[in-house]
Design a protein around this ligand. Structure first.
Ligand code: NI
Length: 185
C-alpha cells in the first residue's frame, strides 16, 4: 500500500491513445452498475490512458468508465490547473468521509451545459488500486473530493442530476432533448 497515489504527469501520458465517445444523459447505459476490475493488464492500462485523454480533450476534470460504456470500476481524475496531476482509481472505495459537508456547483461530461449545486462530504479517504493493481489510500478534499465522489457515483449508475428535485430533473431532460433536436435539424 502506498501513502501516496501514483501521479501520472505528462511524461506518463501515452501517445498512442484513442478518444472514446461519451454517453449522454439520459442514456440508459449510464444506469448500469460497474463490476470490479479483476485483471490489471495492458488492456486496462490502455483503457485508463484512453479515458484520461478523452477527459483532457473534452475538457473535463474527471471521467468514469461507465461514461464510455465500459462497466468496470475505473475512474480518472485531474483537477489541477496544470493538467499534470492525473489520478487513476481502480475499484475505488470510500473508507472514511467527513461529517462536514460542502455544496459545490457540479457539471458532467454526460450532461453537457448543465450545472447545479450538490451537497457532499467535504473530505473523503479513498482506497483504490492503481493500474498495476497496487492498493493505495488517498485523502481528498476540495474539488478533488467532490470529483472523486461524483465519478464514483457513475460506477453505481448514478448521475449528479439525480440529487436534484424531480422538477429540475424534468427541466434538464427537456432542455437536453430540445438541444439534441436543434443539433439534428
Ligand atoms: Ni459525470
Amino acid at each position: 500500500m502506498h501513502a501516496e497515489p501514483p501521479a501520472y504527469g505528462p511524461a506518463r501520458r501515452e501517445s498512442n491513445v484513442a478518444l472514446l465517445p461519451i454517453l449522454e444523459y439520459p442514456d440508459p447505459r449510464l444506469k448500469k452498475v460497474a463490476q470490479p476490475v479483476t485483471r490489471f493488464d495492458e488492456r486496462l492500462r490502455k483503457l485508463a490512458a484512453d479515458m484520461a485523454e478523452t477527459m483532457y480533450a473534452a475538457p473535463g476534470v474527471g471521467l468514469a468508465a461507465t461514461q464510455v460504456d465500459v462497466h468496470e470500476r475505473l475512474i480518472v481524475v485531474d483537477v489541477s490547473e496544470t493538467k499534470d496531476q492525473l489520478y487513476v482509481f481502480a475499484n475505488p472505495e470510500i473508507v472514511w468521509a467527513s461529517e462536514e459537508t460542502v455544496v459545490c456547483e457540479e457539471g458532467c461530461l454526460s450532461v453537457p451545459g448543465i450545472y447545479d449545486e450538490v451537497r457532499r462530504p467535504a473530505k473523503v479517504r479513498v482506497r483504490a488500486q492503481d493500474v498495476q493493481g497496487e492498493t493505495f489510500d488517498l485523502d481528498c478534499e476540495g474539488l478533488l473530493a467532490v470529483c472523486v465522489q461524483h465519478e464514483m457515483d457513475h460506477l453505481l449508475g448514478k448521475v449528479f442530476v439525480e440529487y436534484l428535485s424531480p422538477l429540475k430533473q424534468d427541466r434538464i431532460r427537456t432542455k437536453l432533448k430540445k438541444r439534441k433536436a436543434r443539433e439534428a435539424a
